[in-house]
Write a protein that binds this ligand. Sequence first.
Ligand code: HEM
Length: 161
Amino acid sequence: MSAAMSSLTFLMFTCFGFSCVLCGKYVPVKVKIETHEGGVPPKIFTGEELSKYDASNPEEPIYLAIKGVVFDVTSGRQFYSKGSDYNVLVGKDASRAHALWSLEEKDLTHDLSGLSDKQLQGLDDVYTQTYLPKYTVVGYMDYLIKQQEDDIQKRFTNEEL
Ligand code: HEM
C-alpha cells in the first residue's frame, strides 16, 4: 500500500444485505462510494485499466474487483500471483465467479444476471467477510458508477411523475 493511500480515511460504509420482510427476496449489500479525505474523488477503473494489475508484472500491485469495488490484494500473493490457484480472479471484476464459487472462464465477469438469492448472498458474504476486512480499497469500477448514476436518475424520474 502506498503512503498516499495509507493516509486516506477510506472507510467503506455499506448497508447490510437482508431479506425483505414483505417479499422474502434477498436485498444485496449496497456499495457506498466513498471519496478520499478532503473530498478527493476516488480512482475509477475501466476493465482495461484493471487488467494491468493481474500479477503479470511483479513490479505492480495486484488488484481484484468485486461488486465494482477494487481491492489491492498484493498481500494475498499466495492466492493470486501467477501460477497460484486464484490468479484467474485478478485484474478483473469476477463477481459472478465469487457468487457461483466457480473459477470457470465463463463466470469471470461482473454480470450477476439470473443469480439466485442464495448466490447473491454468497457474493455479499465473501465481499463483507473476506475482502472488506482484509484488503484496502483502491477505487471503483466505471460500471458501478454508471449503475449508481442510473439508479439516481430513475429515482429522480419517478419523483417527477
Ligand atoms: C475444492 C475447492 C476449493 C477449496 C478446497 C478451497 C480452499 C481454500 C482455502 C484453503 C483458502 C484459504 C483460506 C485462508 O487461508 O485464509 C481459500 C480461500 C479463498 N477461496 Fe477457495 N477453495 C476452493 C474453491 C474456490 C472457488 C471455486 C473459488 C471461487 C471464487 C474460491 C475463492 C476463494 C477466495 C476468494 C478465497 C480468499 C482468498 C483471500 O483471502 O484473499 N475458492 N480457499
